[in-house]
Design a binder for this molecule. Sequence first.
Ligand code: GLN
Length: 230
Amino acid sequence: MKFGVVVFPGSNCDQDLVDAIRIGIQQEVVKLWHKDHDLQGCDFILLPGGFSYGDYLRSGAISRFSPIMQEVTQHANRGGYVMGICNGFQILTEAGLLPGALLRNVNQKFICDNVYIKPVTTNLLPTQLLDVNKAYKIPVAHGEGRYHADKETLKQLHDNDQIMFKYSSNVADTHEIYNINGSLLNIAGVSNANKNVFGMMPHPERAVDPELGNTDGRLIFESILNLVNA
Ligand SMILES: NC(=O)CC[C@H](N)C(=O)O
């Protein structure tokens, strides 16, 4: 499977994502410049974290007009896979490829921490190999991560099994929730209705390399690979 990581001006997690794919799961990966109109035959498009366009107006509000987003949208509309992490998630909601919006954290502060998240379903590609009873430690680093959607959308997300991750406590067998940013329903990640576009605020690409002391993110990338191996 060939992965493409889109680089916007101000992206700062693109290389971490490339390393997670190339070294972590040993797949082909290329960087795609946001001004290009060519996805270079990639099967899976990744939008990385960072501060694209300096987060001006709102995070992702300008990047969603980057030229390559036309091709990313066509790819998604054809059923191609797209995943946004942190700023990438923000860009996908701004582009209308994912439901809801990411608002300023409820404490009005930038939060940089290790948090625990639990997969809500294993019916989505990135959670296929995960355990819904396990909490995974994944770093977050964001100022605008508070997931918001209207009641009808939240109901659809729930009924259609589109809630990918929720913030959680670190005790695997409890339902106690540790909601770091005020997200509705503690949502940390969602998919679109067709289940080919995904977004999450925590950074699994920062938790792949054993030398960094945490490999809890690795199974998310391995789950994606399961597509080819299935
Ligand atoms: N790590 C990131 O991608 C940062 C996300 C975003 N720019 C924010 O602060 O909300």
